[in-house]
Design a protein around this ligand. Structure first.
Ligand code: FES
Ligand code: FES
Length: 166
């Protein structure tokens, strides 16, 4: 048995028929070829599969594809158009990407945070990425990269470099 679903992924509409027990992560990766979303634990514990569902971060390994019917989905492939998203550029600049396996999920979690709260403090950033595990960086570079995309920290860093907005 299959169920029909209509989903919008990165602005593109898809009409699919899926088995009721298929999770969204597998549909994105295997049916749509959007392999930027990573499969880590498959159990909701690592955050590698984090995508945005109607703008909110969710673990796509725990969400049935049928539950995403008529919802808007953003994957890492849809975060940026031609230029990298500022968060992506900041992750590279700050050394927050090492093996890169956690990065798509981290970027999505961070984007959801900044969309809802453009100037979070450090505690709020750490809370926003608490469900995303990184085996490589020790997290400091990731927090620093996200901070560098906030108005207060980017102003501070510009001042430290001797730059001025005036
Ligand atoms: S793969 Fe989904 S949380 Fe680990
Ligand atoms: S960069 Fe390797 S898991 Fe985060």
């Amino acid at each position: 048995m299959r169920v029909p679903i209509n989903i919008t992924v990165n602005g593109e509409e898809y009409h699919l028929e899926v088995k009721p027990n298929r999770v969204l992560l597998d549909v994105l990766r295997e049916d749509l070829g959007l392999t930027g979303t990573k499969k880590g634990c498959g159990l909701g514990k690592c955050g590698a599969c984090t995508i945005l569902l109607d703008g909110r971060p969710v673990h796509s390994c725990l969400l049935l594809a049928a539950q995403a019917d008529r919802r808007q989905i953003t994957t890492i492939e849809g975060i940026a158009a031609e230029e990298p998203h500022p968060l992506q550029a900041a992750f590279v600049a700050k050394g927050a990407v090492q093996c890169g396996f956690c990065t798509p999920g981290m970027i999505n979690a961070a984007k959801a945070l900044l969309d809802a709260n453009p100037d979070p403090d450090e505690a709020e950033i750490k809370l926003a990425i608490a469900g995303n595990l990184c085996r490589c960086t020790g997290y400091n570079q990731i927090v620093s990269a996200i901070q560098s995309c906030t108005p207060s920290k980017s102003d501070l860093q510009a001042a430290e470099r001797g730059e001025s907005n005036e």
